[in-house]
Ligand binder design. Structure first.
Ligand code: HEC
Length: 148
């Protein structure tokens, strides 16, 4: 009986703590919501972080065409993603690492905010029909008119 009890306690602990190593579970990641709007500003902040941390393996266009790490995911093609394409799942791949050779960036990129900007940048690499709608269109129509 005690055995069953401790098994249940362990299960609940694993479920609530999202794993003892502090990594997000697949289900936990799916539930995450991106708090940063998909705007040009966010995309460009994500691009800066990408250029500093990710081009070595994914290439500066995200296509991973370089020979050195041929198995890095082509980030421009959502169909090529192996670990999910929701915002939370991409967040998890970057924060905790993916597959056998994508490292975790938890310690290099400390602010969650910067990880979400990266998620937005990755969306911007996708074909237009797969991208979420840009949020700044609605926010600044008068400004754009004046500029023309
Ligand atoms: C050391 C090389 C390396 C670096 C640096 C690197 N990646 Fe990766 N990345 C990989 C590899 C290899 C994979 C494929 C992992 C797998 O699924 O086997 C991958 C997968 C991914 C995935 C998951 C795609 C999927 O299959 O679901 C995302 C998202 C991603 N990388 C984003 C980034 C971002 C953003 C950065 C910079 C912060 C970055 N990577 C830096 C090697 C790297």
């Amino acid at each position: 009986m005690d055995c069953v009890k401790s098994a249940i306690i362990l299960l609940v602990a694993a479920w609530t703590l999202s794993g003892q190593d502090g990594k997000l579970t697949a289900d936990g990641a799916k539930k995450l919501k991106n708090p940063i709007a998909f705007t040009k500003k966010s995309i460009s902040q994500g691009r800066d972080t990408f250029l500093r941390n990710c081009v070595g393996c994914h290439g500066d266009n995200g296509k991973a065409l370089i020979d050195v790490v041929a198995d890095a995911t082509d980030l421009t093609d959502p169909k090529a993603f192996r670990d999910g394409t929701s915002d939370g799942e991409i967040f998890r791949s970057i924060r905790d690492g993916a597959g056998a050779s994508m490292p975790s960036f938890k310690s290099q990129i400390e602010k969650d905010e910067d990880l979400w900007h990266l998620v937005n940048f990755i969306h911007s690499l996708w074909p237009p029909e797969a991208q979420p709608p840009l949020q700044d269109k609605a926010a600044q129509p008068p400004l754009q008119k004046e500029n023309k």
